[in-house]
Design a protein around this ligand. Sequence first.
Ligand code: NAD
Length: 451
Amino acid sequence: MNDTLKTKAADSSAPTTSAIPSAPGSRAEPRGDRYDFFRVIQGYLKESAGLVDQFDEDTLTILSQPKQEIIIHFPVRLDNGRVGLFKGYRIQHNNILGPYKGGIRYHENVTLDDCKALAAMMTWKCALMNLPFGGAKGGIKFDPRSVSRGELERVTRRFIHALGSNIGPAHDIPAPDVGTNAQTMAWAMDTYVNTVGYLSHTSSKGVVTGKPLASGGTHGRAKATGQGLVHCVRYWAEEREFDLEGATVIVQGFGNVGSYAAALLSKLGASTIAVGDHTGYLYNPEGFNPHKLQEYVKKQGSIAGYPAGESISREEFFRLKADIFVPAALENQVTAAEASQLDVKLVAEGANGPCSPEGERILLDRGIDILPDVLANSGGVTVSYYEWVQNNRSESWTLEEVDSRLEAAMRRAYRKVMEMARQKGCSLRLAAYAVALARLMTVYNERQIWP
Ligand code: NAD
């Protein structure tokens, strides 16, 4: 298959020792119409570097760009008999700590730069959670809702086939993200096992995580990101002496992360009074039954038409009074406009990059706490790691085992981030980046670059 264009970022331009541009104006804000997500993430990295003791400029230079950027145009036979050409990305940001790890996104707005931003965030997340993984992210630029199930399977299989040995259980391990799920991972694993895995005669179920349980998945993965987030909300509530019983929650994005976050918060007595997705927003002052809504979305594909709620606008959603806001959709949802309106005590970031830097500053100035993505949504990759370990060892852990390991891992990371934030007097986001960066710097200082 000759449809893979692979560029090694470090080779593609003249060497540079100050690869991270200064954070623009108010750190990084949208330039023109396009929100420059990668530049925002680079800005945070640069800012957090100043917080790391014995900070090393060379590590920062290395981390400023992904190691490899893979772009693939691949043909897929459509139901109408014609061939459609799809564009897929796999960005492998860094693997000094272990194999690349990160989700695959199916969305019409997927871009190379967004994948670079998300891949870099996976590097920080894995470093923060002390996992033996690096960071990666991939995606295909199309709307998965616009194709049939058969086409979706063929798109997935063709992409994984085209990636070939660029992924692998010891090299790069994809997982679900926006627009993909356990079924996508089952097709991905099966394709890999029957191509690259078959040729190498090795057990390679661990090539992806987030698989269905029967196909090599783990207990607790489906809810893991929401569960990790809810643990962080619980620790925050303990610190603030805030009673979650009777608290009100609003959730943007009711897919994997948002729906499990709502369901698990309801177990603690918190009630989700408004939800939103790509089709619109619903309000129910009595509180939604998150389990019923989750079932409805599984069948119908969105919250549209759910009977137990009143339809409201996006603007009305962001003006609602509530205790906790869980953004669990896409990046750049809380800009200055939304941040000035939000009437909550806490923003717990389920999505990656939901607050723009300007949005974040306004929230913090208004005394609204933020549990940052790199910490708050890291439960997903943590349980993905447990799945990978089980696959490698041919083991099957109980839900209780997975849950208790995740709880301990989240508490450890939460404490580290709080400690750093207190020591340095910085935001939790910069503290999370700084903890991650310190680990990466230590390893680069020990290993150096070779040859
Ligand atoms: P998903 O596809 O299951 O759900 C995405 C949700 O966002 C859907 O409800 C969709 O309707 C909604 N949405 C899409 N566009 C929207 C818009 N313009 N306005 C409002 N809602 C919109 O995806 P997911 O896996 O739940 O991921 C959600 C976020 O969490 C992403 O930022 C992802 O990167 C992040 N995340 C996911 C995981 C995971 O384990 N799945 C782990 C860490 C972080």
